[in-house]
Write a protein of this length. Sequence first.
Length: 236
Amino acid sequence: MNVFQTVVYAFFAGLLPALVWLWFWLHEDRLHPEPRSTLAFTFTTGMAMIFLAIPIEAFFAQAAPTPMWRFLAWAAVEEVLKFTAAYLAAIHTRFFDEPLDAVIYMMCAALGFAALENTLFILNSAATALPSADSGLLSTIFLTNLRFIGANLLHVIASSVVGVALALSFKKSRQEKIVWLVGGLILATVLHTMFNLLIIDSSSAGIFLVFLMVWLIMIGLILMFEKIKKMQFIQP
């Protein structure tokens, strides 16, 4: 397999899982869909934030005094960048006109971020694998299914926490919105850090507990999503 084919396969293997998740959440918002151009711009802006995350995280990899602080810094960087992507692409525009939009746009930016992150992960893994025909890339893509489930759920959950904070403060004052936003970013960073610390436990029990926690939070997220949908119809 030549370099071009490897890049193409890695790109689609990283992108398609994120698009599946994006389709699911947009289907939940099908009664009041957002402009496709704005969603696409938010998704690609989320992808672009990877190129800011890489050098910033490389800095903290050297500057952080302990692994705990390193994971915390990495998580904070990613959560702030994903919010920045959603804000620049959509949240500050006229298309942000109802509470649920905050969750949709944050998820969209997060999945764009995760899509390119997965692509780069596949490329890096394929490049370091033994050059045995196609087996290196194919096994990498297979193993990436687990990464897709974990990383994409993590990014969706963490960014959705920020989106929910923005949604719940939709009708509040500017100062209150800032407080809710900061609180959402802090909680998202804590969840992100906990996931990263737990996932490095390679034992089956550790991994099982991580994914159980993630799926339970995801169920709660879906319920909160439905609550926000109802809430926006009764607000004045």
